[in-house]
Design a protein around this ligand. Structure first.
Ligand SMILES: [Zn+2]
Length: 220
């Protein structure tokens, strides 16, 4: 059976990178809710027109419309090798509705893969980042300091930039929001026996291998 995957992970866990690698390695197609909506609106499908009307009125597109758009998209031949869903479902209710949709065509979620991060380590990773204001060279308070404090190794510049949202508090808040939002989804897929947890703190290549093993086992 062609895999139907859901990739879950907080900002910074490498979800986008890994999804692209799964596309390369297995011919899967990543379906992101935002892209799907935009494409359906542009194509003028009935679900797309419904979404357009809601968005024009400043409303949130309902689950029914998103599901209808997803149903249309999954009927296209290019998704025959499987899909990775991105941005949907976000709630246990949406997950249940998605299960019903998939059942119409004899499909089901084959794996909900949670990219697991260590929150404290994530905060450390993101929070110390800064770049040289002159040449853009990246530095980190813990992992990559310039040889001479306050002077860029590459260009000798002495001004450094820090992104306002790369501070510890913001990162912690993002992680807290992520866990609160996804906990019911994780519990839902765990209860269905399709939850896979992958350690996302390792090297990109290691995570790719771990994900590859899961997908290969499903496709076999
Ligand atoms: Zn520099």
């Amino acid at each position: 059976m062609a895999p139907v995957l859901i990739l879950l992970g907080p900002p910074g866990a490498g979800k986008g990178t890994q999804a692209r690698m799964l596309e390369q390695d297995f011919g899967l197609i990543q379906l992101s809710t935002g892209d799907l909506l935009r494409a359906a609106v542009k194509a003028g499908t009935s679900a797309g027109l419904a979404a357009k009307a809601v968005m024009a009125a400043g409303g949130l597109v309902s689950d029914d419309i998103v599901l209808a758009i997803l149903r249309d998209r999954m009927a296209a031949p290019d998704v025959a090798k499987g899909i990775i869903l991105d941005g949907f479902p976000r709630t246990a209710g949406q997950a249940e509705a998605l299960d019903h949709l998939l059942a119409e065509t004899g499909q089901k979620i084959t794996a909900a893969i949670s990219l697991e991060v260590d929150d404290a380590a994530m905060v450390g990773r993101v929070a110390g980042r800064h770049t040289c204001g002159a040449c853009g060279e990246g530095y980190h308070d813990q992992f990559k300091r310039p040889a001479q404090s306050g002077v860029c190794d590459k260009c000798g510049g002495t001004a450094f930039n820090r992104r306002a949202d790369d501070n510890a508090e913001t990162v912690r808040d993002r992680l807290t929001a992520y866990h609160a939002q996804t906990a019911p989804l994780i519990a839902y897929y765990d209860s269905k026996g399709v939850l896979e947890r992958v350690d996302a703190m390792g090297k990109i290549a290691e995570i790719r291998t771990a994900l590859g093993q899961i997908v290969a086992a499903i496709a076999a």
